[in-house]
Ligand binder design. Structure first.
Ligand code: FUB
Length: 470
């Protein structure tokens, strides 16, 4: 195979986005595959857009995805968008109006180049193929190969780079075949397997590693190796929607033994799609949920949680949170609506909850404290090592004209007070600041990383967008 296009698709735009879940906050970002290259995490999600925004796409209630961005982060908190790396119009073999740029992956080959794997509908209109684009750097620019990988039909590629020196391509409902070292062709010594697709049976190159395991409507396989075990993790429908299950083996191509669920089905969002990565000694689960699109679950957003193993190598179940992972600087906007814990009276809603323009949801949420005593806990705030924090800022809407006191403690609900906003008379919907209060030694700020507790001490119906220390 050879490259036929040299594309300058890597966008010049480099843009910072925020922390917590969801991690990408200015666009949808589904099917998040995370990889560590050169000490940074690179995120290769697919890019949901609203089907209503694509004038030439007839399926107004379906996945609509026309390009891919890549993001990177050094701390899982600050993400840089490197822009579009591939557009459906630039895939030589793809249908340029299919809007089917589904879940991708990217790995580094033995030649040091980065190979980006992506599903797409073919020009012939006969299902999905899996294409490859290559780059010298993870952020691109990527050059797509002329043809999809021969012998592979389906979606959701994932490449396992095994310690036996081989690269194994997984795709679809748990199919797996060894790749040649050129990363774009299946190896000649792959086994053949018989696969059922509805009533049809056909012979495929490779094996179906989920044959015989719980795997109803399985897709999105993600395989990795840890401590002498191979893990095949995958979304499948247990009851009504996709949960994340997994199986283990001593061999990349199996047989795999089913071990249980990593994440249960959620209340909304029919799909889940994930990846698992070790970054600086900690394992993380990347997955998606439709936080910005509660009424249409095909507009999804990438999220992260920590992932832990049991001593026998099995994986501990993961619960999704709004807080996610990563440390938030005290001087950043601390979005307490992405809480670690809340009391019963606190509700979270979009800042522009009643605006008919749904793109305003990317402005985020606020935490609405309904009554005195309501509180929110937000974990892992870094106050630094200096004593130079002098004031406390809060962006809030006050929906009644009552005297209001908002107090911020560190470490526990009764721990040292580090900020207080207090007012008797105020306009509704202000953005304002109070003074920093330190208990104990008045001259010192808290140092290092602390959990923060925000409490409504006086007042009612206060919607807090964020707090910050300056
Ligand atoms: O994003 C489109 C499809 O939905 C993916 O390819 C599947 O894994 C599911 O997340």
């Amino acid at each position: 195979m050879k490259h036929i296009l040299t594309m300058g698709l890597a966008a010049l735009l480099v843009q910072g986005v925020s922390a917590q879940n969801p991690i990408i906050r200015d666009q949808f970002s589904a099917d998040p595959t995370a990889r560590v290259f050169n000490g940074k995490v690179y995120l290769f999600p697919s890019h949901d857009i609203s089907p209503l925004s694509a004038y030439d796409y007839p399926r107004k209630d379906w996945f609509c995805m026309n390009d891919y961005h890549v993001f990177s982060s050094e701390n899982l908190t600050d993400w840089t968008d490197h822009g579009v790396i591939l557009d459906q119009k630039n895939v030589p073999w793809g249908n340029p109006t299919a809007y089917s740029m589904w879940a991708p992956d990217c790995v580094q080959g033995k030649d040091g180049k980065y190979y980006f794997y992506y599903p797409n509908a073919s020009k012939q209109g006969r299902g999905f193929g899996i294409g490859v684009a290559v780059a010298d750097k993870p952020e691109g620019p990527y050059k797509p190969f002329e043809k999809p990988i021969e012998g592979v039909n389906g979606i959701d590629p994932c490449v396992l780079q095994a310690s036996d020196g081989n690269n194994y391509l997984f795709w679809g409902a748990g199919n797996c075949a060894k790749l040649k070292d050129n990363m774009v062709e299946l190896a000649d010594d792959n086994p053949k397997d018989t696969v059922k697709w509805g009533p049809r049976e056909f012979v495929m190159t490779g094996v179906n590693c989920l044959k015989g395991l719980p795997s109803r409507q399985a897709e999105g396989p993600f395989a990795f190796e840890y401590n002498g075990n191979y893990y095949l993790t995958y979304p499948y429908v247990v009851k009504d929607r996709e949960a994340l299950g997994y199986a283990m083996s001593k061999n990349p191509m199996g047989p795999y033994e089913y071990k249980g669920l990593i994440m249960e089905e959620r209340d909304d969002c029919w799909t889940n799609h994930h990846s698992i990565v070790n970054f600086k000694g900690q394992w993380y689960l990347f997955y998606h949920y439709n936080y910005y699109s509660p009424n249409f679950d095909k507009n999804r957003s990438a999220c992260i949680e920590k992932l832990e193993f049991n001593p026998d190598g099995t994986i501990k179940p993961v619960t999704m949170t709004l807080r996610g992972v990563g440390i938030t600087k005290a001087t950043d906007k601390i979005q307490i609506d992405r809480y670690s814990k809340i009391s019963d009276g606190v509700k979270v809603d979009f800042v522009y909850a009643n605006d008919p323009d749904t793109t305003k949801r990317f402005e985020g949420w606020e935490a609405i404290f309904s009554k005195k005593g309501d509180w929110v806990e937000y974990d892992d705030v870094d106050f630094g090592q200096n004593d130079n924090l002098a004031s406390f800022a809060i962006k809030a809407k006050f929906n009644t004209a009552k005297k209001t006191i908002v107090r911020v403690h560190v470490d526990s609900q009764t721990g040292p007070v580090v900020g207080e906003f207090s007012t008797v008379k105020f306009p509704v919907g202000i953005e304002t600041s109070g003074s920093l209060k330190i208990t104990g030694t008045k001259t010192k700020n808290p140092k290092g990383v602390h959990n923060v507790f925000v409490e409504l001490v006086e007042g009612e119906d206060v919607a807090i967008d964020w707090i910050s220390f300056e």
